[in-house]
Design a protein around this ligand. Structure first.
Ligand code: FAD
Ligand code: FES
Length: 262
């Protein structure tokens, strides 16, 4: 995605609802960004009501309807900005820059893909799953969360796939008891995949990257970094890769996992 396709748009809040412990989905009317967005790209959001905080916050797009001109963000109430987001009400306006960065790109000819999302990392994989399914690719999804209540995307994935995704919870309250790396490893051993995509905490992505390398399957990860400018100018978001230092905001956030220096 080239910079000249970036748009700065005042997005109108349509809804903002709690979907789990400290988890919310905000739905935004943002037709110009929705029309341009590719799966895995993100928006840089100026949270309203923060005059003393000028920096935007990066959020992946969970779902998007280009026809309706809307997009959804699944976010965690984690700090100052995301906590202020929980106050957003229908009719409020938030400035967004987007779509930012390079998203997922499954290799040409992919027939079966494995998508692994940990925590809110499940969000940026949803549009990827949608696009792969629309292209006739068989898609297996593994979701990991701390608890059953934190599996905020479970119903959406179930509706999309036509069956439930494979689930792991840290506390064993639903699905496999433990980290989602185990069911992911089981699936990797059971099927011939052409493509693995993973988003979540960095330790999860590092393990998945190694598992995919061992299974000789192409793998992409979405790297989270603190971001200041979001347009490639400040270098606050650098990722070490085998090609040198790369900016997560414009060179990523999706990288080939084999190129990331973990
Ligand atoms: C490309 C990208 C996509 C993202 N997508 C999502 C998403 O879909 N849903 C979601 O809930 N979050 C997502 N994040 C993380 C989100 O940007 C941060 O949670 C948010 O900026 C925190 O802002 P804050 O003001 O609430 O936190 P602050 O008060 O600034 O910080 C609170 C805590 O959050 C940590 N933090 C702040 N910024 C980041 C960051 N960029 N990455 C990791 N930790 C951070 C801080 O270290 C601190 O521990 C994404 C981040 C990136 C880079
Ligand atoms: S956030 Fe400034 S270069 Fe990436």
């Amino acid at each position: 995605m080239e910079h000249n396709q970036l748009v700065c748009e005042d997005a109108r809040v349509l809804a903002n609802e709690g979907v789990g412990p400290r988890l919310f989905v905000v739905s935004l009317e943002s037709p110009r960004i929705a029309a341009r967005l590719q799966p895995g790209q993100f928006v840089h959001l100026q949270v309203p009501g923060m005059p003393d905080h000028i920096l935007r916050r990066p959020f992946s797009v969970f779902d998007c309807d280009p026809q309706a001109g809307t997009l959804d963000i699944l976010y965690q109430d984690l700090g100052y900005g995301s906590h202020r987001m929980t106050d957003l009400c229908a009719g409020d306006v938030a400035s967004q820059i987007g779509p930012v960065g390079h998203g997922w790109q499954a290799p040409t000819g992919t027939e079966r893909a494995l998508l692994i999302g940990g925590g809110v990392g499940a969000a940026p994989l949803f549009l990827h799953a949608k696009a792969l399914l629309a292209a006739g690719v068989a898609v297996d999804v593994v979701l990991g969360a701390a608890t059953k209540a934190a599996l905020a995307t479970y119903d959406a994935y179930t509706a999309l796939l036509g069956h439930a995704p494979v689930v792991a919870t840290d506390d064993g309250s639903f699905g496999f008891s433990g980290f989602c790396t185990q069911p992911a490893a089981d699936l990797l051993a059971a099927h011939a995949y052409d493509h693995v995509a993973c988003c979540g905490p960095e330790p999860l992505m590092r393990i998945v990257a190694q598992m995919a390398a061992d299974a000789q399957v192409e793998c992409q990860v979405s790297m989270e970094r603190r971001m200041a400018c979001g347009v490639g100018a400040c270098l606050s978001c650098v990722v070490d890769t085998t090609d040198g230092k790369r900016r997560a905001c414009v060179d990523g956030p999706v990288f080939e996992s084999s190129k990331v220096v973990w």
